[in-house]
Design a protein around this ligand. Structure first.
Ligand SMILES: [Zn+2]
Length: 92
């Protein structure tokens, strides 16, 4: 999927939209050292508006694909909902 940006009159450029995992990585880097569960990642990043299907399943699948030097996964308290569950954070 591409996003069409208007730079000026008659001047447009198509840029690729970031993938689900790019969005999640960007969010986690910006929020470092906070950790989030997949439900909160899906909500915070507006996945229900951006993608068809179950937003939490989309976030869960993308998080599972993020390799451990980039992110850390552990059972801990989610920064947003406060549940003790499997959370993901950017590695410092
Ligand atoms: Zn949460």
């Amino acid at each position: 999927m591409k996003l069409s940006l208007v730079l000026g009159k008659g001047n447009r450029v198509a840029v690729p939209l970031p993938s689900v995992s790019q969005r999640i990585q960007g969010f986690l880097r910006a929020a470092k050292p906070n950790a989030y569960c997949t439900v909160c990642l899906a909500k915070s990043l507006g996945f229900s508006l951006l993608y068809k299907g179950d937003p939490e399943a989309i976030a869960r699948e993308a998080v599972a694909g993020l390799a451990p030097p980039t992110v850390t996964r552990a059972t801990a308290v989610c920064t947003l909902c406060g549940r003790r569950t499997l959370v993901t954070s950017a590695r410092s």
